[in-house]
Design a binder for this molecule. Structure first.
Ligand code: SF4
Length: 264
C-alpha cells in the first residue's frame, strides 16, 4: 500500500509545530532521546511484555520479570541511539546519569506492576490500525492497550500532571477512539490516561478519563484534511509565539531553528 499515512504522533507534532514535523518527517532529522524518553521506553517495554502474555494467562508477570524487562528496555535503547543530555546532566557525567536513570526506570516499572497492571485485563496490545481515508493520507493509530471493559489506556510517565482539558482535547485519544471503532465496530467505553507522576517523594499515580463522540471524529477528519493539504502545499509555519513547547527544554530543534531569535 503506497498511500502515505499520518500517525497520531505525527498529527500531534504537526498541530504543535508544522516546522518540527517538517524537520522530523521530511528531513528525517531525528533528535536523540533525553533521559525522560529513555525511562519511558523501559517502562513501556515492561508493560508491553506483561500485557502481551496476560491476554492468554490472565496473570501478571512476577515483579522481578517487570524489573528485568524495564532494565533491558532501557539498555536496548541506550545501546542503539545517542542520548541527549542537558548541560547539568553532562556536568554530572554520562555514566552516573544513566545509572540513576536506569534505577528510576526499574522503580517506575515496579510501581506500574503493583499499581496499574493489575487493573487491566488486556484484549489489544500495541494494535496497529490503519483507517482508510479519501484524502491524500490515511490515519495510522497504534493502541497501546484496550482491555476487556472496552477501555483504551494510554500510559504516560514524567513529572507533569495532566489536566482534564489536556485529555479532553487530545488528538491522540480521538485517533485511538476512531481506530477502536473501526476495528471493533463499537466505541470504547472510555479513554484513560494512566500516568506515573514522579515527585520529590517518589512516584504517584494520576488517572484521567475522557470520552469521544461522533462530532469529535468529524473534527478529526477535517483536521487530517487540513494537515494533509498543508503538507501537499509545503506550508510549515513555526509554533505560535510563546508556546511552552517552543523552548530549548522541550524542542530538540530549538538550537538550530531559524524561527528562534533568542538562544536562551
Ligand atoms: S523551536 Fe519552536 S518553531 Fe522551531 S521547530 Fe521547535 S517548536 Fe517549532
Amino acid at each position: 500500500m503506497n498511500k502515505p499515512h499520518l500517525s497520531q504522533s505525527q498529527l500531534d507534532t504537526f498541530c504543535k509545530c508544522p516546522e518540527a514535523w517538517r524537520r522530523r518527517y521530511l528531513e528525517g532529522h531525528r533528535i536523540p532521546p533525553g533521559i525522560a524518553a529513555l525511562k519511558g521506553s523501559g517502562v513501556h517495554k515492561a508493560a508491553e511484555i506483561n500485557f502481551r502474555q496476560k491476554i492468554e494467562t490472565h496473570e501478571d508477570l512476577p515483579l522481578d520479570e517487570f524489573r528485568e524487562a524495564a532494565a533491558d528496555g532501557f539498555d536496548h535503547r541506550v545501546s542503539r541511539e545517542d542520548v541527549a543530555l542537558t548541560p547539568e546532566e553532562s556536568s554530572r557525567g554520562r555514566r552516573l546519569v544513566l545509572a540513576e536513570a536506569k534505577d528510576a526506570t526499574v522503580a517506575m516499572a515496579e510501581f506500574h506492576a503493583e499499581n496499574q497492571a493489575p487493573e487491566y485485563q488486556p484484549e489489544l496490545v500495541e494494535a496497529r490500525v490503519r483507517i482508510l481515508l479519501s484524502g491524500k493520507h490515511d490515519l495510522l493509530a497504534v493502541i497501546d492497550l484496550a482491555d476487556d471493559q472496552r477501555r483504551i489506556v494510554d500510559f504516560k510517565n514524567g513529572k507533569r500532571r495532566f489536566s482534564q482539558e489536556d485529555v479532553d482535547g487530545s488528538v491522540q485519544f480521538t485517533a485511538y477512539a476512531a481506530a477502536y471503532q473501526g476495528l471493533k465496530g463499537e466505541p470504547p467505553s472510555s479513554l484513560v490516561q494512566d500516568c506515573i507522576v514522579t515527585t520529590a517523594k517518589g512516584p504517584t499515580r494520576q488517572r484521567v478519563e475522557t470520552a469521544r463522540e461522533p462530532a469529535d471524529f468529524r473534527a478529526l477528519g477535517r483536521r487530517i484534511e487540513a494537515v494533509s493539504s498543508a503538507i501537499e502545499a509545503g506550508v510549515f509555519p513555526p509554533a505560535p509565539p510563546g508556546a511552552w513547547w517552543c523552548s530549548a527544554a522541550w524542542c530538540g530543534y530549538h538550537r538550530t531553528c531559524p524561527y528562534v531569535s533568542k538562544r536562551s
